[in-house]
Write a protein that binds this ligand. Structure first.
Ligand code: NAG
Ligand code: NAG
Ligand code: NAG
Ligand code: NAG
Ligand code: NAG
Length: 321
């Protein structure tokens, strides 16, 4: 009995070490990007937009979503539920994903019609599709993963919102037009991809994606005459690129509200510090995404919600609409 107990403890210790090692190397691997390939610093152009009239041959399921605010529902096209239990599985069962947050975003957009919506890491487009459904005239979805893009495009076609939605098939990064390999980040969540290393172009591999800087949206913003926008960003610990590469966007258009996934990136100090400093410099206040109260805790690692809202000082009412 005693040895049995000991061996269980040993197994447990081994598992903890193995898990920590894997986590540790994943992080290192993420930082040590490969610089052997030629670097292309030119901007992306609006030509990188997805043609919304192309009909995909892929077959997948599209579902009607839940009615929110007694007014708005839409369509999203999901992944095979077996491969994407988290997001697609939940949507098929309930008709919605992140209901509280989606509702907050559509409350803001439906009462402030001048706002554009920029969905960075659109996944299968639940936020994008609700924003389009409520009549937002400029919905920009940035999404790098082909199977996700095909699903958003199909949903856009089913809802006839082609003139409102722009899909940029890109990953946010600190350089434009670089090819990156991504890998599935979370088990059973195929729609969620994390940037890995720079690589060579391969149009047949959906895990090789092209990059953009946030400021690469400037020509598009100008063309569509966008002066104000809110942002949702959820890109698996690459969120700091929004700040690193978005200075011109933040200077040239009014961005009063940014919803950002926080739970994971807060554990990477270099990135979290940069984000906090960027928003603090611009007089944004961090808000708890569940209570809509300002974060009283100074140390951002003690902000325990999955997401954080960065809200400009003079726009904090947007949280409690
Ligand atoms: C990228 O775009 C910005 C803003 O439009 C412009 O100022 C800059 O010169 C461009 N850079 C390159 C390398 O084309
Ligand atoms: C879909 O399939 C048809 C017939 O095989 C083909 O002509 C068309 O190019 C395909 N479309 C795409 C987007 O691949
Ligand atoms: C881009 O990001 C990578 C990974 O964080 C970093 O190693 C590299 O120095 C950055 N490059 C530029 C041009 O900022
Ligand atoms: C992509 O697939 C096409 C058709 O199967 C093939 O001709 C082409 O060489 C492939 N490209 C790469 C980079 O593998
Ligand atoms: C914040 O502002 C300071 C002072 O102007 C500047 O040195 C720093 O680079 C800014 N940080 C970010 C992340 O924008």
């Amino acid at each position: 009995m005693k040895t049995n107990y000991k061996s269980h403890i040993l197994k447990l210790i081994f598992l903890i070490i193995a898990f920590s090692t894997i986590t540790y190397f994943n992080r290192i691997d993420y930082f040590s990007l490969n610089w052997n390939h030629s670097i292309n610093l030119s901007n992306t152009t609006v030509e990188d937009r997805i043609d919304l009239n192309v009909i995909t041959n892929d077959s997948f399921q599209c579902v009607k979503t839940k009615l929110l605010l007694n007014k708005y529902h839409t369509t999203v096209c999901v992944h095979d539920v077996g491969k994407d239990t988290d997001v697609s599985g939940f949507i098929v069962r309930t008709g919605i994903w992140e209901e509280t947050l989606v509702t907050r975003i559509i409350r803001i957009l439906s009462t402030h019609r001048q706002l554009a919506f920029i969905d960075v890491g659109a996944n299968i487009g639940i936020y994008t599709m609700y924003a389009a459904a409520l009549g937002c005239k400029n919905v920009i979805a940035i999404e790098c993963f082909r199977p996700n893009i095909e699903r958003i495009r199909r949903a856009v076609q089913l809802e006839n919102v082609e003139h409102q939605v722009i899909i940029m098939a890109r990953a946010l990064y600190n350089k434009s037009n670089t090819y990156l390999s991504v890998r599935t980040n979370i088990r059973n969540n195929i729609g969620s991809q994390q940037l890995n290393i720079e690589t060579l172009k391969n149009e047949n591999d959906s895990l090789v994606v092209q990059s953009m800087r946030f400021d690469d949206l400037l020509p598009l913003v100008k063309e569509r005459d966008i002066r104000e926008a809110i942002i949702k960003i959820d890109i698996e610990t690459s969120e700091q690129y929004l700040c690193e590469t978005g200075e011109q966007m933040f200077n040239q258009i009014n961005i009063p509200f940014v919803m950002m996934e926080w739970a994971n990136i807060k554990e990477i100090p270099a990135r979290a510090n940069l984000i906090e400093e960027f928003f603090t410099n611009r007089s944004y206040i961090p808000f708890n995404s569940e209570t809509c109260e300002p974060q009283t805790e100074k140390n951002y690692r003690h902000w325990y919600t999955q997401d954080i809202f960065w809200i400009k000082k003079t726009y904090t009412y947007l949280c409690k609409l």
